[in-house]
Write a protein that binds this ligand. Structure first.
Ligand SMILES: [Zn+2]
Length: 213
């Protein structure tokens, strides 16, 4: 990858991080964004606020996760590493502590095989299936191993009592899918106690035929 492309990616991570932070999608120093390069990947630094990233200080890592340059990477780097290793198509990963998704991740009644129902066409197209990964304490490497089991089969997972991780074939794609997930979690909570209509199996099949992933 050319230096130009890496520098553009750094700018894009800072721009999208600022946008996510300013819209309240993740608070304080929570959340991290990564993007794959030909010779490794970029990851936002530990204890950094997504709203105030310095593109030049975003960490650069070797393909195996070794820190090469920039500020020390997020402690959650192994979540990204596990996703990249299992999904060759993943070009970028976003992990946020977004309020509504975290709220849903704490509910005992959700189906751990697929947490959110097919409420809208865009959710079905951009996320599709969302498994719940059991809770692990922050920094526990076992979480990375747990994610491996899901990552080959789905580009989005929800960590119990923690938050979502979404991989995309582009940085924008990962961010858009994450936004769709968070909005759907919000709708799900708004509809609590009501009896909403979900998309039917036929409607889902029609979407999958019209917009194959
Ligand atoms: Zn986290």
């Amino acid at each position: 990858m050319t230096a130009m492309t890496e520098s553009k990616l750094r700018d894009k991570i800072a721009e999208l991080g600022k946008s996510l932070f300013e819209r309240g999608m993740t608070a304080g120093s929570s959340g991290n964004i990564s993007a794959r390069l030909d010779d490794g990947w970029l990851l936002t630094p530990t204890n950094s606020c997504l709203g105030r990233l310095d593109p030049a200080r975003i960490a650069k890592l070797a393909p195996d996760g070794q820190h090469l340059s920039g500020d020390p990477p997020s402690k959650e780097l192994f979540l990204h590493g596990a996703m990249y290793e299992e999904r060759a198509s993943a070009k970028a990963i976003v992990h946020l502590h977004s309020t509504h998704s975290v709220a849903v991740s704490c509910l005992p009644e959700v189906d751990p095989a697929d947490v959110l129902p097919p409420l809208t066409a865009y959710y079905v197209m951009k996320i599709g299936r969302l498994p719940l990964v059991p809770y692990y304490r922050p920094g526990d490497k076992a979480l990375g191993e747990a994610i491996r089991g899901y990552a080959a089969k789905t580009h989005a997972v929800l960590l119990a009592n923690h938050g979502p991780i979404v991989a995309g074939t582009s940085l924008e794609g990962a961010v858009y899918a994450m936004e769709e997930l968070e909005e759907t979690a919000k709708l799900y909570l708004l509809l609590h106690g009501r009896n909403p209509r979900w998309l039917s199996e036929d409607q889902i099949a029609e979407l999958q035929e019209a917009f194959p992933s």
